[in-house]
Ligand binder design. Structure first.
Ligand SMILES: NC(=O)c1ccc[n+]([C@@H]2O[C@H](COP(=O)([O-])OP(=O)(O)OC[C@H]3O[C@@H](n4cnc5c(N)ncnc54)[C@H](OP(=O)(O)O)[C@@H]3O)[C@@H](O)[C@H]2O)c1
Length: 243
């Protein structure tokens, strides 16, 4: 048995720690997007595989028997590639993704959108001082907001030039509610833009928005490939792995 974890998330690091503790042979894979990533325990490889063909070749040459896709819920390309490569090689695949925020009591009051263009249109119609927390890869979708005072929060530095009126905060969670309340108040935020990442690391902004009555516009998760075996916790994943 040899498990490959496609990582880049806290759940992937937890799973690595649990497999390590149980003495199960495994390796983790990271995309290499983050300059100083939080590394999981055990063997780590970094960088893309070169599409489905490259991943399938890697799975064969490393004699991977079980693939766990624990990438971020919005890493849709990697999830699609993992499903195709596991099927091509004929090995077991488990998708581990933390639950989204749709079960929160305030979630029915949010504006749920299926695409970034909808998020831009809906949020743009609500507020003039948005707090943009949907990730640096999503920023080009909001280029039309160059005439607004946008507060952007990103984990990694933004490479592209942004409009002069935008303020960029570089930070990584976990965040607390008091800090988020202060940020929303200081910047007089009138709409919060996020995506349904789920988890506790970044959810304090939602509590702060609820407390201040700031509307929330949220990008829904991408749909999963058909037939994917999905679990929402590390325990659930371990229950499906042999031994
Ligand atoms: N999307 C987010 O909001 C977000 C947030 C936090 C963390 N992350 C983490 O950042 C990484 C990249 O996310 P993304 O949204 O850019 O993914 P993506 O769009 O689904 O993937 C793009 C390409 O990046 C490479 N890749 C992605 N994850 C990889 C991994 N774990 N190991 C090796 N290669 C990987 C693959 O390249 P090849 O085709 O060359 O194999 C993949 O085709 C993921 O590991 C994810 O867990 C993403």
């Amino acid at each position: 048995m040899f498990v490959l974890i496609l990582g880049g998330t806290a759940e992937a690091r937890d799973l690595a720690a649990r497999l390590h503790g149980a003495g199960v042979p495994f390796a983790s894979s990271l995309a290499g997007r983050v300059a100083r990533p939080r590394l999981p325990v055990g063997q780590v490889r970094i960088g893309g595989f070169g599409g489905v063909v490259g991943l399938a070749a890697y799975l064969r040459s490393s004699e991977v028997t079980h693939l766990v896709d624990a990438t971020h819920p919005f890493a849709a390309t990697m999830t699609r590639h993992a499903a195709q490569a596991a099927a091509d090689v004929g090995i077991s695949l488990i998708r581990l993704a933390r639950p989204g925020w749709s079960g929160r009591p305030d979630a029915p009051g949010w504006h749920w959108c299926g695409s970034l263009s909808d998020v831009c249109r809906v949020a743009g119609g609500i507020g003039a001082r948005p707090f943009l927390t949907s990730g640096r890869q999503t920023l080009p979708a909001f280029a039309a907001w160059s005439d607004r005072d946008v507060l952007v929060r990103v984990v990694e530095p933004v490479q592209q030039a942004l409009p002069a009126r935008w303020t960029v905060v570089q930070d990584r969670g976990p965040y607390d509610v008091d800090g988020e309340l202060a940020l929303l108040r200081d910047h007089r935020i009138d709409v919060l833009v996020t995506k349904d990442s789920g988890g506790d690391y970044t959810s304090a902004k939602l509590d702060a928005a609820a407390a201040l009555g700031v509307p929330v516009v949220v990008l829904s998760r991408p749909s999963s490939p058909a037939g994917l075996r999905e679990v929402s916790s590390v325990d659930g994943c371990l229950a499906l792995l042999p031994g």
